[in-house]
Design a protein. Structure first.
Length: 150
């Protein structure tokens, strides 16, 4: 069960949702954040980014840009989360692999690498901190299945 969202995130999320509804964009409620997707209406990118910057400043939130979207979340990142997990006694001696498909995963790729593991980008090649890349989710499933067979 996730902790409740901070009141500042709730307020920002309400503004994201209203902006999305008024402009035909997609609002995404996340467990510790809120996303505003403009893929279906790319002309709204400047307005969506400006709104996200304003809300991040006003509410002390972290702004993360992604693929045709902006996200507001409580401070922290996926790399910090991975480092916390690896610090747990139950994870002692493990090697972290971090899989992702978006620029929001770069902190996780870096942390996995720094902790002796690797990041794996899923999707098209692009500049990344990931050590490896797989073409798609099907390739990831095949890779995991091959590991489990050995």
């Amino acid at each position: 069960m996730s902790p409740p969202n901070a009141p500042s995130l709730e307020a920002a999320a309400e503004e994201f949702a209203a902006f999305a509804a008024a402009n035909g964009l997609v609002y995404e409620a996340k467990s510790l954040g809120a996303g505003l997707h403009y893929r279906m209406a790319p002309a709204f990118e400047p307005d969506a980014v400006a709104l996200a910057e304003t809300l991040a400043d006003r509410h002390g939130l972290t702004l993360q840009r992604g693929k045709m979207m902006v996200e507001l979340r409580t401070p922290g990142d996926k790399g910090a989360a991975l480092r916390s997990l690896i610090d747990a006694p139950t994870m002692a001696g493990t090697t972290p692999y971090f899989f992702g498909d978006d620029v929001t995963d770069e902190d996780g790729f870096e942390a996995a690498r720094d902790l002796g593991g690797a990041g794996v980008l899923i999707g098209d090649a692009r500049p990344t901190a990931a050590t490896y890349r797989l073409n798609d989710v099907a390739a990831l499933r095949d890779w995991i299945a091959a590991i489990l067979e050995t």
